[in-house]
Write a protein that binds this ligand. Structure first.
Ligand SMILES: Nc1ncnc2c1ncn2[C@@H]1O[C@H](COP(=O)(O)OP(=O)(O)OP(=O)(O)O)[C@@H](O)[C@H]1O
Ligand SMILES: [Mg+2]
Length: 257
């Protein structure tokens, strides 16, 4: 398994946000996390790259494993070891506004990994090519459309060759036309065998590229299945209610399901 989460608990003070969450993601698999707002999707993603430290349970990525106990904080070194296996893409892109597109992609390579500048630029160029933005290398992020900015953010996340790509609502800040180009890039990465976990309300995205869909509600996994199972024949009452809300508020695009 590329990712193994065992019995993850996460509390914020008295609020229990994740309850006994266990899941496995095989190498090359794509998992979509869906469910109502506040269900714990972002928190779960952040527990995988340790932006949040789980209260209890264990996280294993690419063979490196960390166990958590209430009140015990892992060392920075332990956190870095796991985090470096991951790349993260956020809803609002989070590009550096005062760096050009290519500098956004090289930044982590030169500062964190201490790559020589030329080598980092070569890698960045190849990635920008992959996401269809080689011609935008030298512009400022603010001159790009949202879909283009998100593709730069994907290139940046992939720059250090992480073992897994984590995406938190990668298309939800985008109009349907622009989200399409981001879905295309993610679909290509999936075909190439990139292991991905994504939180999304975008059923088009989930149904097109996820091998497995997990429904999180109230911090627990209420249902797991293929996208077809979850979106067309949900079993649990809570999943049915959630799918019904999507079909009513415009999130459901109806394509590819
Ligand atoms: N840093 C924090 N401090 C306190 N509570 C938090 C914190 N982060 C998240 N929560 C709470 O944890 C719960 C789960 O939030 P989370 O953001 O993981 O949900 P989500 O499924 O990603 O929702 P959405 O679909 O709206 O993005 C919510 O009740 C939220 O208020
Ligand atoms: Mg969220």
């Amino acid at each position: 398994m590329m990712i193994q989460l065992k019995n993850i608990e996460k509390n914020f003070g008295d609020l229990q946000v994740l309850k006994n969450v266990s899941l496995d993601v095989a190498e090359g698999a794509v998992m979509a996390l869906v469910g109502p707002s506040g269900g714990g999707k972002s928190t779960l993603l952040r527990c995988i790259n340790l932006l949040e430290i789980p209260t209890a349970g264990s996280v294993e990525i690419a063979g490196d494993r960390l166990e958590f106990q209430p009140g015990v904080k892992p060392s920075t070194k332990q956190i870095q070891l796991l985090r470096r296996h991951t790349g993260m893409v956020f809803q609002n892109f989070q590009l550096f506004p005062h760096r050009t597109v290519i500098e956004n992609v090289t930044e982590g390579l030169t500062t964190v990994l201490k790559w020589p500048k030329e080598k980092a630029r070569e890698r960045a160029k190849a990635l920008l090519e992959k996401v269809g933005l080689a011609h935008k290398s030298e512009v400022w992020p603010s001159t790009l459309s949202g879909g283009q900015q998100q593709r730069v953010a994907i290139a940046r996340a992939l720059a250090p060759s992480p073992k897994v790509l984590l995406c938190d609502e990668p298309t939800s800040a985008l109009d349907p036309e622009l989200s399409g180009e981001v879905v295309d890039v993610l679909a290509q990465l999936a075909r190439e065998g990139t292991t991905m976990v994504m939180a999304t309300h975008d059923l088009r995205l989930a149904s097109r590229i996820a091998n497995e869909v997990i429904v999180l509600d109230g911090g627990v996994i209420v249902e797991t299945g293929t996208s077809r199972d979850i979106f067309t024949q949900p079993k649990h009452e809570r999943t049915k209610r959630f799918i019904a809300t999507l079909t009513h508020d415009g999130h459901m695009h109806g394509e590819g399901i």
